[in-house]
Structure formats: C-alpha cells, structure tokens
Design a protein around this ligand. Structure first.
Ligand code: ADP
Ligand code: MG
Length: 478
C-alpha cells in the first residue's frame, strides 16, 4: 500500500507589542515569575479588558501580507477550560469570526519549484501562563507573566504532503512575521510555536485519515523529525489492523519520540461564547489603507528584485532573502564592494555563512560587518589579492585584526601582478626541476599543476594565478 501524508499547521506567533493584549502589563521576557501579570490578566472580579490597538495593527499587517481578507467585523470569544496556568477559567480568543480570513503563501521546495499553501484564518488571542516542573520537588510552579500576551494563531489548510513541505511552510511564515516585525520569531523562548496536525491516507483516496496533533516542536528540526515519526507510527498502526485515534501527542526531543498527552477535545467542549466584556472589533478601509502603506518589501518580492537587479540565480536570491537582516547585509556589502553583486553573493552564501554557522552566530552578530566584507570583495575585484588569499584575509577580519586593506598591508599579501617578477620565479622553478620538465614535454600534461604549485609556494600564494598559468605554459612549451 502506498501512503500519502497530510499535514496542517497551527502556528502561534507572539506579537511584539510592549504591553499585553487586554492590559497595560509588560510583555518583556525573562522577568521574575509573577511580576508581570496584573488583575486584568488574572481575570479578577471587577476588571475589564481593553483591546491593544497595536496587536490589531500587527494582525492586519499579517493578513495583508498573505493576501487575506481582513474581517470588517470580528468577535472575541471565551474559550472555557480549566487548567492551573489559566486561573480565570477561560482564554479570550476568536472563534467564528476571526480578524484575518483566508489567505495563502507560496513555499519554496527543494527542487526549486514553489507550491501554494492555503491559510485558513488567523485570529487574535491571549496566551496562558506557564507551568514550571523543574526546581519544584513534588510540586508544580505557576508563572503567570505570560498570561495575556498577545498571540496571532495562524491556521493552515491541510495542504502539505511531507515533513519537508511543512518545514518550508513554517519557515515561510517565520520569515514573514519577522519581515513584518510583528514577532521576534524566537522558538526557544516560545515566541513562535508550531503544532502539526498529521494524518495518512492511501494514495488516491480523497477522504482524509484521522489526525493526531503534535505539540512541543520548538525548532524546525524537531518539527520535521516529529512529523516523520508520527507518519511511521500511523502507518504501522493501520498496517497492523489498528485505527489511529484523534489525540494530542507531545514530542520528546531527548528520546526522539511522541507520546499521547490527551485525546482530542471537540470545539463544543470549550463552550465558546462571545466575550461580554469586549465589543466586536470593527476595522474600516481607512485603517487598512494606512497599514498597507506600512508594509515593507516582502520576501517573495525581494527575491525577485534580487534575481533581476543583481543577476542572481533563484537559489542564491532565495538564500539571501531568507531574513530581512541577511538581505540588508547583502545589499550593504554590494554597495561597499563597489558594485560586485555576484561575487558578494558568493561570499555571503559561502565563506560568511560557513563562519556564522561554525560559530553559531546570527548575521546581526557577525564580527565582519557588511562594510568590511564589501571592502574585501573590492580588493578581489581590483586584483589586489586573489580569491584564495582573500579567504586568509577574511579569517583575519573574523578574528578582529582590522579591515581588509589594513590586513593586506600588515601581512604583505598584495598580489604579485608584475609579470617580470613572476617570470623570474617561473624561470627558477623550471631550471630547478629538469626531470618534471622532461615529463611535461613528453606529454604528461598533468604535471603542469606541480609547476603552478611550486610558483605559488615560492610566492606564498601571492602570484596572480592567471598570469602564472600563462607564463608557465609559454616557458614550458618553448
Ligand atoms: P481544531 O478545531 O480541532 O483545531 P481545525 O479544523 O481547526 O481543528 O484544524 C486544525 C488544523 O488541522 C488545521 O491546520 C487543519 O488544516 C489541520 N487538519 C484538519 N484535518 C486534518 C487531517 N485529517 N490531517 C491533517 N491535518 C488536518
Ligand atoms: Mg485549532
């Protein structure tokens, strides 16, 4: 039997507002437990929530970025459930009438093609507190600082057909919310959380299979692993005659397994009803027009512009627009390089990316800033140094030894382009290696590399490689 995987994601993006969605309490991360939850966040008697306008603006921004309809009227609803981290007994969310309706994003697949994924809706809601299981023996601590933090829950259509597609989608949404500056995207701190709904069906069957919802996926790698595990688990169950049950499963990264957390509740378990403390949210054309004007250039548009303006291939343009910071870095480096877009793309996606990766640094923390990298590229382009020596200079810049010109000067790395000087060295090498010259002349042309190596060694890699090749060829064939 051939199985097909079906995946839909629910993403909770914490909106980057200064204060909470219905109160003035701070949303700053990492404060002493229970110092940032006020009476409104706790739902104490006699308080009233007041909607944070900035959270609405951010939700609308997202909606516009995915081509979705912004609801002229949406409604906050109470989702009732009991849990220790939700002392007021209900979460304010949106249910039947979400602020953002149906939209879509294009994801980039590994073979270079794109696929459109539907976004069913995105709605505003408040976060709950947090249960702390470490540090308390036989007890659970409750930190309510996070209660009332604004979230945008982004629900996808079940349009993805593999773990790789799900990751590509999650990455795309991640890039979008960061481009829009509505969420910091930090998955470790829980500012960007993905839940994956996974089912399998026999290939060719139209009806979806029963799904399980996977939680606790706090990195893209875990998202991919957990989905693959779940697909295998479901296929095993069905093939051995069992039935998949609809449930919520928790991913355990240490053991690389998922385990059942609870059987899935139905919407009617939550007794949703419109929150009587909040007016319906009405959004007019003027407001939408205003937000539209604030939209930055988005990843797809930027990628197309990079392909066109800088003559980059799809792959490089995609890599360079993965984040706004990286794209800005690249463009600044191109300017500093004296307009060398292709060479700059090679360096940013090659040497720089590798160094950042090696030292686990984000582009914003790169010890080599865009101006410095551009300065180095300028010296490759004007042939002051070869590409090979440039790598040495780059490493020195990375270690904080100064900018490219200073390092080239201090280490005497300037390329030798004086053909007289190179000729002299060629002469010496040829004279010192009669046996190899003999071999070359008797047809063993592979030995040519040996001569190039010798000249480079004698010049500490500083001779212009092209000139070395030409002069050696001339001398050996004479
Ligand atoms: P709930 O209200 O239980 O959260 P929804 O209908 O809102 O359920 O769907 C939640 C997510 O699950 C959506 O992203 C949707 O695309 C996805 N989904 C629904 N059915 C399936 C299925 N059979 N297989 C995989 N994903 C599914
Ligand atoms: Mg849901």
């Amino acid at each position: 039997m051939q199985w097909e995987t079906v995946i839909g994601l629910e993403i909770h993006a914490q909106l980057a507002t200064k204060s909470k969605i219905f109160s003035g309490a701070s949303t700053a991360y990492g404060a002493e437990p229970n110092t940032q939850a006020c009476a409104v966040d706790l739902g104490l008697p006699g308080v009233l929530p007041v909607l944070n306008g900035e959270a609405v603006r951010m939700a609308v921004k997202f909606g516009l970025a995915i081509g979705a309809e912004i609801a002229p009227r949406s409604v906050f609803a109470r989702k009732n459930y009991f849990y220790p981290d939700l002392p007021k007994g209900y979460q304010i969310s949106q249910y039947e009438l979400p602020v953002v309706g149906r939209g879509h994003v294009d994801i980039d697949l590994e073979d270079g093609s794109t696929k459109e994924i539907g976004v069913t809706r995105a709605h505003l809601e408040e976060d709950a507190g947090k249960s702390l299981h470490e540090d308390f023996h036989g007890m659970t601590g409750i930190d309510l600082n996070r209660a009332g933090t604004p979230l945008l829950e982004i629900v996808s259509e079940p349009d993805m057909r593999s773990a790789a597609e799900a990751v590509a989608y999650a990455r795309k949404i991640h890039a979008l919310v960061r481009y829009l500056e509505i969420c910091d995207g930090n998955m470790q701190e829980g500012s960007f959380r993905c839940d994956a709904n996974v089912s399998v069906r026999p290939r060719g069957q139209e009806a979806f299979g029963t799904r399980a919802e996977l939680k606790n996926l706090n990195s893209f790698r875990f998202l991919e692993r957990a989905i693959n595990l779940e697909v295998e688990r479901q296929i095993d169950i069905i093939e051995s005659g069992g039935e998949v049950v609809q449930e919520t499963r928790l991913y355990d990264a240490d053991r690389n397994e998922t385990r059942s957390m609870r059987t899935k509740e139905e919407a009617n378990d939550y007794r949703y009803f419109p929150d009587p403390d909040l007016l319906p949210l009405e959004i007019g054309h003027a407001f939408i027009g205003e937000v539209m004007k604030e939209l930055p250039e988005l990843p797809d548009a930027k990628r197309l512009r990079f392909e066109k303006d800088y003559a980059l291939n799809h792959r490089d343009a995609l890599a360079l627009t993965a984040s706004r910071e990286l794209a800005d870095y690249y463009e600044a480096a191109v300017t500093a390089s004296g307009d060398e877009p292709r060479l700059t793309a090679n360096w940013v996606t090659g040497e720089l990316a590798a160094a950042l990766n090696r030292d686990a640094l984000d582009i914003s923390a790169s010890p080599v800033c865009a101006d410095m990298l551009g300065g180095l590229i300028k010296r490759i382009a004007d042939q002051t140094i070869s590409g090979k020596i440039a790598k040495q200079v780059f490493e020195a810049m990375w270690r904080g030894e100064g900018d490219a010109d200073a390092i080239i000067e201090a280490k005497g790395l300037k390329q030798i382009t004086d053909s007289g000087a190179i000729e002299k060295i060629v002469e010496e090498i040829v004279a010192a290696n009669p046996a190899q010259v003999e071999q070359y002349r008797s047809g063993k042309e592979k030995i040519f590399g040996f001569f190039v190596g010798q000249v480079m060694k004698a010049t500490k890699g500083k001779a212009n490689p092209q000139q070395v090749n030409e002069l050696l060829k001339k001398r050996l064939s004479s």
